[in-house]
Structures are given as C-alpha cells and as structure tokens.
Ligand binder design. Structure first.
Ligand code: BDR
Ligand code: CA
Length: 306
C-alpha cells in the first residue's frame, strides 16, 4: 500500500494532542513533518507539546518544526482559558527533552509539495499562517497540493466570537489567502465538529495503565471541566480529532462544494467564514457528519494507542 504523504500544521492544544496521537499510529500515512504554530498557547509551548506527542507515541523520528510565532498582521490570540497554560490542561505539565528542527516551515511545505505533485496532503489544526506564507511566497505550489484539510470556520456558527471560529479568527488574513488560493481546501469546521459531543462519562473508556493512558484522560477531564464551567455541558468536543478522522473516513462527512471567503472587517464578524453563492466553488465544506461513528472512531483510536 502506498502511504499518503502528510504534513500536519498544529497548535497543541488538548484536541490537537489527541489528533496527533491518533495520526502518529496510522499505517496509511507518511507524516513528513509537524509544523507548530502559536495558537492555543505560544509557539514554544506548542513545539514542546508536539515533541511530547511524538515521544510518547514512539515517533521521535518525525521532524517537528517551529513555524510562526504570530499571525500575519495582528497580535497572537491564545486559548489558555480552554487548554490551560501548558496547552494540555490545567493538571498536565510535561517537558520534552528534544527540540525543534531548524527548518523554515514555509520552505518545508513548498519543497514537499514540489517533490510530490498532486500527492501531498496538509492537515491544518491551528491558524493558517504558515500555509498562507508558503502559498504566498511560492505561488507555483498552489495547484500541486492533493488537499489542504482545515479544522476551522463554521458557516452557521462561531466559538471564539459570536460569528467566528478560533483558528480562523486567530489569523483571518492567512485564512483568506489559503481559501482563495485555488488550492483544494476541505473545511471541517464547527458545522461538522460542534454536534460531535462526547459525554464526559466516556473519558473513562480512554484510560489505561500506561503513560498515555493516564495523560490523555487527565487532559480530557480538564477540557471537560471547561465545557462544564463555560458552556454548562457535561461533555467535550475534540474538534481536531474529528477533522483528522475526515482524512480516512470522508464518507462519514456530508460535504458541499462552495465558494467560501473570510470576513476581514474590524467588527464582531472578523474571521467569519461565509459562502458567496454565485462564485466558482473554492472549497469542499463539511456541513455535518455521522457523529456516532466519528466519536466511536476517536475513542477506538485512542484505546489502540494507550
Ligand atoms: C479549534 O480551536 C482550538 O482551540 C482547537 O485546538 C481547535 O483547533 C476549535 O475551534
Ligand atoms: Ca488546534
């Protein structure tokens, strides 16, 4: 079986960490590199957490690269209120012994795209800054991606603000560059992820007597505490893991081809993803998914790695 070459751009983040743990064990992907970006927490911490994910999942050989420390043209926004100061929940603080490779993130994406025309997949689980820089600096790669799958946006809802989702509003200019680049974008936003609420009681199914088997339930319990205190909900939504599942089970996601752009106005619509009806489609938008199958898949995948 030919492996699918994949670059992951991520800001771990509790749900990023779960997505990475699932992906690092999949035999169908060749993970060429993990590019970290500031997002949920600052860049140094997201790099640490990605290195930790590789270490604990036995994949130290995968290059971890420090990408952008801030968005294209605005100050960085964080989500420490949700992911804790460590990015992995209030009760988890772990340091990796390794450090990131000294590589330029945008050049890394461009090189891989040129080397593997029509084959490279990018999975973006954080703000789109580095993907946008790559596309902007090396425009010839726009038509060479197999896909750029983005956890981000929401046609009918927001979470960081009333209208905008966190990853998109964190760097809306970058998102606009990527969505309108002509590259094949797949958007797995809140329309698909928000209905995938996992009841808090199911965290126990992801517990085991191992390092990851302790760490993952601890961070998910902290994450569930935030859902309880902020939203009054007894459950959690592992957004980035849901997006990751769409790579190997696309048939569980309902999609539409649409033309999507990003609001860049300085008001509460900043970062909103919206559809332009009469324009040529630029994006495959996931409007929903089989929530039961997706959640069971995440729990099953975590059970397999702990
Ligand atoms: C997205 O924002 C981040 O907080 C999560 O890691 C996820 O990528 C959900 O809106
Ligand atoms: Ca993320």
């Amino acid at each position: 079986m030919e492996k699918r070459p994949l670059i992951i751009c991520t800001d771990p983040g509790i749900d990023d960490f779960v997505a990475l743990s699932m992906l690092l064990h999949r035999p169908d992907f060749e993970i060429l590199g993990i590019i970290c970006i500031s997002g949920n927490v600052g860049l140094d911490i997201t790099v640490n957490n990605a290195l930790l994910a590789c270490e604990l999942n036995g994949r130290e050989g995968i290059p971890v690269i420090a990408g952008s420390a801030k968005p294209l043209c605005r100050p960085a926004r964080t989500a420490c209120n949700i992911h804790g100061k460590s990015g992995l929940g209030e009760s988890v603080e772990r340091y990796s012994k390794r450090s990131a490779q000294k590589l330029d993130a945008a050049a890394f994406i461009a090189d891989a795209t040129r080397r593997l025309p029509g084959k490279l997949e990018v999975l973006s689980l954080g703000p789109l800054t580095d993907v946008a820089i790559a596309i902007d600096r090396y425009p010839e790669i726009r038509s060479l991606f197999r896909s750029i799958t983005v956890m981000g946006g929401g046609i009918h809802l927001g979470n960081a603000t009333k209208y905008a989702e966190f990853n998109i509003v964190s760097d809306p200019e970058a998102a606009q560059i990527v969505y309108t680049s002509g590259s094949p974008v797949v958007m797995v936003g809140l329309d698909a992820t928000q209905p995938c609420l996992i009841p808090r009681s199911r965290i126990a199914e992801m517990k085991a007597d191992s390092e990851l088997g302790n760490l993952i339930p601890a961070m998910l319990a902290d994450y569930a505490d935030v859902y309880r205190s902020v939203h009054g909900i007894e459950g959690l939504i592992i957004h980035d893991a849901i997006c990751a599942v769409s790579l190997w089970h696309p048939e569980w996601f309902q999609t539409e081809k649409q033309h999507v752009e990003i609001m860049l106005t300085e008001d509460d619509h900043l970062g909103q993803t919206y559809i332009l009806e009469n324009e040529k489609p630029n994006c495959t938008v996931c409007m929903g998914c089989d929530t039961e199958k997706v959640n069971d898949e995440i729990i099953k995948a975590v059970q397999a790695v702990i």
